[in-house]
Ligand binder design. Structure first.
Ligand code: SF4
Length: 404
C-alpha cells in the first residue's frame, strides 16, 4: 500500500454526502490520508459532516459489533516518580488512599471479578515508584522484588493461573527488557501516548515534571512493544493544552508505528476532565464539538483501528460517539471503580448495551486482546497464553456469548 499518498483527495471532499463519503472511504482505505488533506477537510466542513464521514468509514472498515471488556481494575501501586498537572491517581505515602496492594488482595479482587464474569485484570501502577520512595523499595523486598515490574510479573502470573482472568498492565514507560518479561503473562499492555507534542513537556506545561510523558519516551515504548510483538493499547488525552494540529500529528505518529509493527490494537480517545485538587483545576475541558472532531479524525486517519471512548467520562453521549466512528467502549467494571477518574463511575453495562443496540449496533464482550490478534496475528501471542485465551473465545475472536 502506498504510504505517502500522492493521489489528491481534494476534489472528493467537495460536498460530502453519503454517496461521496463512500468514495472517500475507499480512497482512505487504499491511500492513508495526509496531514494536508486532514487540514483541508477541517477547513471546509463542519464537525457534523466530518462525523458522517467517520461513521461511514467505521461502518465499512469495522462493521462488527461495538465491543467492551468486562474487567476489574487492580490498583496495584499508586505512588509515582513523576508529576503531571492533571493527575489525581498518584498518591503520597501519607495519603489515606495510598495503595500498596498485596498479592493476596489483588488475587481476591480478581476472584470476585471472576464471579462477576470479568475476563480482564487491568493492572495499574504509577511510573517507577521504586526510584523515588525507599519505603516502597523496602516493601518490595517482602516479595523478593527489586522493581515494580518484577512485582507486576508475580501478580500477573498469580491472577492468570488462579483465575484465568487475562492481565493487561499499564505501568508507564517500561523498557525493552521489562516489556519482554510482562509479555509472558499479559495478553496486551497499555501505554498512552497522550500527545506527541514536546511543547507540553515545556515550562509551565502539564508534563513539565513528568519525564516519562516526554513523547520520545512513550514512542520508544510503543516501538519496543512492536519489536517484541506485543499488542498494545495507546491513546490521546484531549484538552491538556495541545492544538488540533498537534492532535493530528499525534494520531499520525501512532499510525506510522502501527504501519511499521502492526502492534497497536486500540486507540483510546480520552477527554480531560479538570479535577479540583490539581494544578489544572481551572482549565477548561475540551468542548464537545472539539472532542467529537478528534474522535472522527482518529477514525479517518486509521480506518481499520479500534477506536475507543471511555463511557464513564461522558455519560449518556453514547450515540454521539458511535456516530463519530468509535467501535469500542473499553474496559467497564461491574466491581471496581476507575481509580484514574474516581469521580466518574462506570455506567451499568446494561445501559451501554441498550444504548449501543438502540443506535443499531450489536454489543459484545471482547478480551483484553482484540480479535484481530486472536484470529490473524497469532504470532503476537505466546504459546502459554493460548491455554487461557482459547476457552474464553468463539470463532469471532470475541468472548463467547454465554460467558459474558
Ligand atoms: S505519570 Fe501517570 S501516575 Fe504519574 S503523575 Fe503522571 S498521570 Fe499520574
Amino acid at each position: 500500500m502506498p504510504y505517502n499518498n500522492t493521489k489528491a483527495l481534494k476534489s472528493q471532499l467537495d460536498g460530502i454526502n453519503l454517496s461521496t463519503t463512500n468514495e472517500i472511504t475507499q480512497r482512505i482505505q487504499n491511500y492513508p490520508i495526509t496531514k494536508g488533506e486532514i487540514l483541508e477537510l477541517i477547513k471546509k466542513y463542519d464537525t457534523k459532516s466530518i462525523c458522517s464521514l467517520a461513521n461511514t468509514i467505521r461502518n465499512t472498515c469495522k462493521n462488527g459489533p461495538i465491543t467492551y471488556s468486562r474487567k476489574v481494575f487492580i490498583n496495584l501501586i499508586n505512588l509515582c516518580r513523576d508529576t503531571c498537572s492533571y493527575c489525581t491517581y498518584k498518591k503520597e505515602l501519607s495519603d489515606y488512599d495510598l495503595s500498596f496492594l498485596s498479592k493476596d488482595k489483588a488475587l481476591r479482587i480478581a476472584r470476585m471479578g471472576k464471579l462477576l464474569r470479568c475476563t480482564e485484570a487491568l493492572i495499574v501502577t504509577g511510573e517507577r515508584p521504586e526510584q523515588k520512595y525507599p519505603e516502597f523499595r523496602e516493601w518490595l523486598k517482602k516479595y523478593d522484588c527489586s522493581s515494580t515490574t518484577e512485582y507486576i510479573e508475580q501478580v500477573s502470573n498469580l491472577i492468570l493461573e488462579e483465575t484465568g482472568l487475562l492481565p493487561h498492565t499499564n505501568a508507564g514507560t517500561l523498557n525493552y527488557d521489562e516489556l519482554s518479561i510482562l509479555k509472558k503473562s499479559n495478553v496486551s499492555l497499555g501505554c498512552m501516548l497522550e500527545t506527541s507534542s514536546e511543547r507540553l513537556s515545556g515550562k509551565n506545561m502539564p508534563h513539565e515534571f513528568a519525564p516519562s510523558k516526554n513523547p520520545r519516551a512513550r514512542i520508544r515504548v510503543l516501538e519496543n512493544a512492536g519489536k517484541l510483538k506485543i499488542p498494545i493499547t495507546t491513546g490521546l488525552l484531549i484538552g491538556i493544552g495541545e492544538t488540533l494540529e498537534e492532535t493530528i500529528d499525534s494520531l499520525i505518529v501512532i499510525r506510522e508505528i502501527n504501519h511499521k509493527y502492526g502492534n497497536i490494537q486500540e486507540i483510546i480517545m480520552q477527554n480531560h476532565i479538570p479535577k479540583y485538587n490539581t494544578k489544572m483545576r481551572n482549565y477548561l475541558p475540551p468542548s464537545h464539538d472539539l472532542f467529537l472532531l478528534t474522535i472522527c479524525l482518529a477514525r479517518i486517519i486509521m480506518p481499520n483501528m479500534n477506536i475507543q471512548v471511555p463511557p464513564n467520562l461522558s455519560p449518556k453521549l453514547y450515540s454521539t460517539y458511535i456516530n463519530a466512528g468509535i467501535n469500542d467502549w473499553g474496559g467497564i467494571s461491574p466491581l471496581t471503580i476507575d481509580f484514574v477518574n474516581p469521580e466518574s463511575p462506570w455506567p451499568d453495562i446494561k445501559d451501554v448495551k441498550g444504548a449501543t443496540e438502540k443506535a443499531g449496533y450489536r454489543f459484545r464482550g471482547r478480551l483484553a486482546i482484540y480479535p484481530e490478534f486472536v484470529l490473524n496475528k497469532r504470532e503476537f501471542i505466546p504459546k502459554n497464553l493460548w491455554n487461557y485465551i482459547t476457552p474464553l473465545t468463539d470463532s469471532s475472536g470475541l468472548v463467547k456469548e454465554e460467558l459474558n
